[in-house]
Design a protein around this ligand. Structure first.
Ligand code: RIB
Ligand code: CA
Length: 340
């Protein structure tokens, strides 16, 4: 009897996480996935300036929480500017409102709190184990690490959507936005965290494309399940579709951030290798995550760099959880839709 109780207890044990983000269209999809995943308890959402300034990002996080019916989760605004660099937003990609010019109404039932850095430190000190899923520039984490490095002893896992290994950058030939926006914070965290950072870079997130087919399937599931999550996703990604067509000739949009959440939930969705990583903080390749895959520098690996991702597995998880349906049936339909 004891064994089954322990097994049941293990199943019920939720993993506590903080989501640090810059919502942002793909951050919003990542939040949606986390909010429908029973394995995790979101202690709070912290926001830094990235896609949009942190004050706007905080309000956007509230919009997602309200849509998903979970405004009980608190949002904390953090760094308004990067550690050293001049702040450059990504509103050209995410829209001036940060949610694809979707015009979603402001949330009046809740407000954004200040003090993201202290919230991160208090949570790390209060909880036995906390993981952080970082979906934006690492400014809040760098400030927290500088302020109280010992608090990070309770950090179970840091998953960071950022960087790139062999894939080309999206802000320069070699740099990905999150690490390019605040390279000094990224470098500080990689060199001082003292635990391996799970780097969910463009090498893997570029495999996760929201196509018109998948979006249409979501809208059909809306009708059957009487939800409008597909319509909501369409509303916030329309602008993103246009951006991808205009700049990458892609029909669809790369959704980077939700893969970081999916990987946290099921690490088997991705694979990679341990390596030492440094982030360039100046010059022509500023923001580049330099991955020492051949161990030239003989430095202790500080990262687990992901190099492949199971896109069918990701979309099966994303849709089955968003609609509360069995994964196998959805996987079979997705295989057809994704021509796999
Ligand atoms: O480069 C992609 C990353 O930068 C994503 O997290 C996106 O939301 C932006 O923050
Ligand atoms: Ca982001």
């Amino acid at each position: 009897m004891q064994a089954c109780l322990l097994a049941a207890q293990k199943i019920m044990e939720k993993r506590t996480i903080i989501i640090d983000c810059d919502p942002g269209i793909d951050d919003s999809l990542a939040l949606m996935l986390a909010l429908v995943s029973p394995e995790i308890r979101i202690a709070g959402v912290t926001v830094a300036s990235g896609n949009v300034p942190a004050d706007l990002g905080g309000k956007n996080a509230l919009k997602i929480l309200k849509f998903m019916g979970q405004l009980d989760i608190l949002v904390y605004q953090g760094a308004m500017v990067p550690l050293k660099r001049e702040y450059i937003s990504a509103q050209d990609t995410h829209g001036m409102d940060g949610l694809g010019e979707s015009g979603i109404s402001e949330v009046t039932e809740a407000s954004v709190h200040l003090g993201a850095v202290d919230f991160i430190l208090d949570t790390l000190k209060k909880e036995e184990k906390v993981s952080i899923i970082a979906l934006g520039p690492l400014t809040n984490l760098a400030l927290a690490l500088k302020k109280d490095p010992l608090a990070f002893q309770n950090l179970e896992m840091l998953v960071s959507m950022g960087g790139c290994f062999k894939s080309y950058g999206n802000c320069s030939p070699v740099a990905e936005y999150n690490y390019w926006c605040d390279p000094d914070s990224a470098e500080y965290v990689y060199q001082n965290l003292g635990k391996k950072i799970h780097m969910v870079g463009l090498d893997v997130t570029r495999k996760i494309v929201l196509t018109p087919n998948i979006l249409e399937y979501m809208k059909r599931l809306d009708q059957e399940e009487h939800q409008n999550r597909g319509a909501f996703v369409e509303a916030i990604t329309r602008f993103y579709f246009d951006f991808h067509w205009n700049y990458e000739g892609l029909i669809g949009c790369v959704v980077n951030d939700p893969l970081a959440v999916a990987y946290f939930l099921n690490p088997k969705l991705c694979g990679g290798f341990d390596a030492y990583v440094a982030v360039e903080t100046g010059g022509i390749s500023i923001g580049q995550s330099v991955v020492d895959s051949m161990d030239f520098w003989k430095k202790k690996p500080n990262a687990h760099v992901l190099t492949w991702a199971d896109s069918l597995g990701f979309w099966s998880m994303f849709l089955s959880r968003l609609y509360g349906r069995g994964e196998e049936g959805i996987r079979q339909i997705l295989k057809e839709l994704m021509n796999l």
